[in-house]
Design a protein around this ligand. Sequence first.
Ligand SMILES: NC(=O)c1ccc[n+]([C@@H]2O[C@H](COP(=O)([O-])OP(=O)(O)OC[C@H]3O[C@@H](n4cnc5c(N)ncnc54)[C@H](OP(=O)(O)O)[C@@H]3O)[C@@H](O)[C@H]2O)c1
Length: 288
Amino acid sequence: MHAPVAGCMRWGKWGAQFSTAQYRQMIDACLEQGITAFDHADIYGDYTTEADFGEALKESPALRAQLRLISKCGIRMVAEQRPSHQIKSYDSSAQHIIQSVEQSLRNFGTDHLDVLLIHRPDPLLHPAEVASAVSHLKQQGKILQFGVSNFLPHQVDTLAGHTLIEYNQVEISIIHLSAFANGTLDNCLQHHITPMAWAPLGGGIFTDDSHPRFRSIVQTATALAEKYETGLNEILLAWLGAHPAGILPVIGTTKLERLIQAKTASQLKLEREDWFRLLAASTGEDVA
Ligand SMILES: NC(=O)c1ccc[n+]([C@@H]2O[C@H](COP(=O)([O-])OP(=O)(O)OC[C@H]3O[C@@H](n4cnc5c(N)ncnc54)[C@H](OP(=O)(O)O)[C@@H]3O)[C@@H](O)[C@H]2O)c1
């Protein structure tokens, strides 16, 4: 399995509100663990987190070459930073994509994004127009790779007819199993798309022990953690890592110790029956 991705959604205004020094500390800790990819979106922190992260990069320009920046666009949020937005909406027009990327580059103080994702499937998305924006941005060296997020297989298929899609970032965890059954992961295998899993730890299982399903998952994962002499998080991530599509977990933590767990998990291999044991703990039944 490849190294996990560090999700930065909760690092700024929407969570930990890190100082520039704390951003730097987290970035360094990630790099020490071999975690080199950082997941952003233009909207995180009400359009402020990219720039906050960028402050840390600007203080140490040599850092940029050591990391990979992923960002997303396509959601227009109502926020103080965007007074012209009256309601939440999507925009996958070429103009919006290009302007959003250029703003992200200014925020990070860089000349390129390593990966650009379209954040949500937009009912008004015109595939040829998205493809032209992607081609323009690639030609200018402003993005190196392109992908989507939260797209269903038919939406990927439609866009893949016009441009190369290299990633689909979707919610996948032991409590969010739809990607296994709705064709998303098969579609990734078919198109050689790397799936990224957002919320890969299914945060709720840690905070809600009133739910019998969550209790059952925690009980089973804890027993497996004992068997493999590791922790609960490592088991949950190794469970995702077992899928043949090569799921990259986008870890949303703000804690250094969980980054270390993520690294350990990327080297852990679950036995097949244990994988199904955890699945059964989530669904409440053995497979047919
Ligand atoms: N593409 C999209 O539409 C989309 C949507 C949402 C998120 N994302 C991306 O995915 C990343 C991850 O998302 P996420 O933060 O929702 O998911 P996550 O990695 O599953 O984490 C969820 C929460 O669980 C907590 N947690 C983890 N292990 C724990 C433990 N052992 N005990 C108690 N709490 C624990 C984390 O808090 P701690 O800080 O305490 O570790 C975090 O707040 C985001 O940063 C973002 O980059 C993408």
